[in-house]
Design a protein around this ligand. Sequence first.
Ligand code: FAD
Ligand code: NAI
Length: 476
Amino acid sequence: MVDTGSDTEFDLIVIGAGPGGYVAAIRAAQLGMKVACVDKRGTLGGTCLNVGCIPSKALLQSSEKFVEASTHLANHGVKVTKVSLDLKTMLGRKDKVVDGLTKGIAFLFKKNKIQSFTGAARISGPGTVVVSASNGKSAEQTITAKNILIATGSESMKLLGVDVDEKKIVSSTGALELAAVPKHLVVIGGGYIGLELGSVWSRLGAKVTVVEFLDRIVPAMDTEVAEEMFKTLRKQGLEFRLSTKVTGAENTKSGVALTVEPAAGGDAETLECDVVLVSIGRRPFTEGLGLDDIGVVTDNRGFIQVDNSFKSSVDGIFAIGDVIPGPMLAHKAEDEGVVAVEMMAGQSGHIDYNAIPAVVYTAPEAASVGATEQQLKDDGVDYRVGKFPFMANSRARASGEDSTGFVKILADAKTDRVLGAHIIGPDAGTMIAELALAMEFSASAEDIARTSHAHPTLNEAVKEAAMAAWSKPIHI
Ligand code: FAD
Ligand code: NAI
């Protein structure tokens, strides 16, 4: 239903209440703007909170605990007998986490006096937005503002011949709420979603086969990290069909029959499974916004084109997050939202896109910031590599089951400036923050190496990798 607030005139209308939109709305309100935020979903938080980052991390955490209880704890001398899965409770907990966090944003909106509208927004002209109730029953409402910020996010890409029904053939949204553990789950796409949600269902007992078009998984990550992750996930029981394409899907009595063949061409074969997850990437979502009518330019992949201040081709219309080019990550959307509204308020702002971290929340986690080694090679950069394995880190040994993984730091050979960092190992996603900060401050490997790191911590592996890049590590 369209909220019937008395106000219809604002300084800023934000379309989309995902991490880009809601953060921008709050920052704009903090800067003194009168803000409206429109989202067609019944709850705030966008893809990330409702069907993305948060529910997937809730399930990753729960499924990791299941594995811990059924296998790892015994190694610590903690005997647990009769471990069994209560999937309903696990899914219910995930829903509660999502519910609590989306309500938290509603509270923050109230606190910051942001007026929330529920309905689909269409920009009928510069400064004017028409909100239609999702149920089509309530009357349309027209609201106006000096500036409009589009933060409508992205949607899953479709695969020709493999139609998602969210039951047997699911997108990430369906894969977050399967009512039973599948016997055999085939995941199409060995990227972020495929590996995270593939891990969840594999940990809970499904046979998981990942079909990947390329000859490697997680193409955005450093090759060495991807190779280590490939080895580790295979050890955990996930099966991979690399360099393979899916050419069709047929519903069968018991599930789905997928036809696959080598990416380079060759004999076709059939994979029988009960559930298929299609996770081959996401694309910008701008449907129904009326962009063509008002002349907002998009590129050939549908991303809204913006300048350095996030302004589109039309004055007064801005865009941020998944709907503009760049990594489709929640924190990137948030950072853009903050800078965009600060610039609207006359402040200056800047995002160092080279220092945006990325994390795959598998076990172990993989995390990355800055250039990969391949990128440096391709760009002809003279660089040094410093690597340190978690096997030689005392904290990893004390707490871990097997201390696989490493920290890898790439530094400029002449200046020693950190150009990129890649971690695969326990808590890699938390540890990468230190390296993102180092890059943001243009730190050298020596700067990190000479910074005191508490002992015993996993972060000492970062220090040792920095020592290795700059001079020599101590503990190896
Ligand atoms: P979104 O979060 O997509 O929000 C856009 C909002 O706009 C939606 O609520 C939509 O309803 C609304 N909307 C669209 N059109 C209209 C309209 N015309 N009128 C009104 N409202 C409209 N990223 C991470 O950084 N870390 C993670 O761990 C992570 N995990 C993920 C797991 C999954 C399964 C998925 C699918 C994604 C994950 N992501 C993760 C990516 C992350 O969710 C996105 O990068 C992020 O949500 C983008 O934020 P956004 O604000 O640009 O758009
Ligand atoms: P992705 O881009 O991460 O991975 C897609 C994979 O599918 C790639 O490896 C690609 O080579 C492969 N592929 C493409 N077409 C294919 C085909 N026809 N057959 C087989 N393989 C094919 O996309 P994904 O996993 O769908 O996630 C979308 C985005 O959501 C991510 O890129 C990321 O931006 C975001 N996300 C972020 C997470 C995080 O930060 N932890 C978690 C989940 C999603």
